[in-house]
Design a protein around this ligand. Structure first.
Ligand SMILES: *[C@@H]1O[C@H](CO)[C@@H](O)[C@H](O)[C@H]1NC(C)=O
Ligand SMILES: *[C@@H]1O[C@H](CO)[C@@H](O)[C@H](O)[C@H]1NC(C)=O
Ligand SMILES: *[C@@H]1O[C@H](CO)[C@@H](O)[C@H](O)[C@H]1NC(C)=O
Ligand SMILES: *[C@@H]1O[C@H](CO)[C@@H](O)[C@H](O)[C@H]1NC(C)=O
Length: 363
């Protein structure tokens, strides 16, 4: 009986999806130089809204794009994904247009909704066939462009690698009291998902013990690293940030757990071109650029392309099956009632997120 219901549900949804598929959307075959010419001919402007919590977070991509395509006037603004999408939705309501050509955001549920509302352009950039189906829309309405991984980080000036916590239960040890800095889970849904998974694995008792560790909660997922790097405080560890794997020369070091990945999250940031895009040729150029092998290598960590190896020293993502599960975050994000309830659990426990926008806090 349950199986029949399941099959009926899935059969219907498959039918609906294929029924609304614009047939014949092939993968882009034009080389970048031709896409560049198209974008110049179109006028040379491009408006991108990218999710993030520091104004300079996408500077490397902006610089690389401008160097390669100097005649394109790229206007890329970074803001929290949950605010970018609010502005986009309001713009649709007020003007009938997105107000941007491309959105590249953490709010994975928006892409599914916008697709359903007919707001996205079906487009498959070069390399689309090298991106796993579980991080893209198979009809090309959106695509995962880069993985974000929030993992264990410690300040190398304050702790040695051997002392640093890697498993969630390590953070509950008395020696880390007053040492932890964390993003408010009720301010960022990726951090929220980490705490959701911790509760699933370790129960609320573990959360109560964590909160008894005199944790400093901050806004933004880059802020914990900035706090850790200051020499005038005791904060030395966080797991709600994803600054990337370095050799420690940056003052912090990122580590994966040995066994318990309950407090780790990975997802692929999604990008989509809006149907109302005023600069569709430039938008296509940008999306193709993001997925070039060069840009994928420049991102570090794991590439979304199956033909680009991970950063040196990292095993391929497939070696972490059952531990790093990119589509799990999308399932969580789509379940808004659970997200909402869980957010309020933390608001009740630690209060509303305090402080100005992490983009303006100078940290
Ligand atoms: C860039 O685009 C934003 C809208 O996303 C707009 O508010 C801003 O004025 C633009 N900046 C420039 C320099 O055109
Ligand atoms: C804009 O929002 C108003 C109020 O919710 C709604 O009545 C209207 O249909 C919306 N317009 C568009 C174009 O979505
Ligand atoms: C540490 O120094 C920074 C400036 O570098 C300052 O903003 C911050 O308030 C100081 N923190 C403490 C705990 O003194
Ligand atoms: C660490 O990485 C930085 C930047 O990638 C590099 O400049 C430096 O030489 C490296 N240091 C060591 C000890 O490998």
């Amino acid at each position: 009986m349950r199986l029949q219901t399941l099959l009926a549900c899935c059969f219907i949804s498959v039918t609906l999806v294929s029924g609304s598929t614009p047939r014949g959307v092939g993968i882009e075959t034009k080389p970048l130089d031709e896409l560049y010419k198209d974008a110049i001919a179109e006028g040379g402007d491009l408006i991108v809204k990218a999710g993030g919590d520091e104004k300079n977070q996408r500077d490397e991509v902006i610089q690389a794009f401008r160097e390669r395509f100097p005649k394109i006037n790229l206007n890329l603004t970074v803001d929290l994904s949950k605010y970018h999408d609010s502005v986009i939705d309001r713009s649709f309501n007020l003007t009938g247009k997105a107000g941007a050509d491309i959105a590249q955001l953490q709010t994975l549920q928006d892409f599914v909704r916008w697709r359903g509302e007919g707001k996205l352009l079906a487009y498959k950039p070069a390399g689309f066939d090298h991106i796993p189906d579980n991080i893209k829309d198979v009809n090309g309405f959106y695509v995962g462009t880069n993985y974000f991984l929030f993992a264990n980080n410690f300040a190398t000036a304050k702790l040695t690698k051997a002392e640093a916590p890697t498993e969630f239960l390590d953070y509950l040890e008395p020696r880390f009291k007053g040492k932890i800095v964390s993003t408010y889970p009720n301010d960022d849904d990726a951090a929220l998902f980490q705490f959701f998974k911790i509760v699933q694995t370790h129960g609320w008792e573990a959360i109560f013990k964590f909160l008894n560790q005199d944790v400093q909660f901050v806004r933004g997922t880059a802020t914990p690293i900035a706090v850790m790097l200051q020499s005038n405080n005791s904060r030395s560890v966080t797991f709600t940030s994803g600054p990337g794997f370095t050799n420690g020369s940056t003052g912090f070091f990122q580590q994966l757990p040995r066994d318990d990945f309950s407090h780790i999250v990975i997802w692929a940031q999604r990008a989509a071109i809006f149907k109302t895009a005023e600069h569709p040729a430039a938008a296509k150029l940008f999306l193709n650029f993001l997925l070039t092998k060069e840009q994928q290598v420049a991102n570090g960590g794991f590439s979304v392309r199956d033909d680009v190896p991970p950063q040196a020293g990292l095993k391929p993502l497939s070696a972490f099956a059952g531990k790093l599960d990119p589509p799990a975050f999308e399932r969580f994000m789509l379940n808004r009632p659970v997200v909402e309830r869980f957010k309020l659990q933390f608001e009740q426990l630690i209060g509303t997120a305090q402080g100005i926008s992490p983009l303006d806090d100078d940290l």
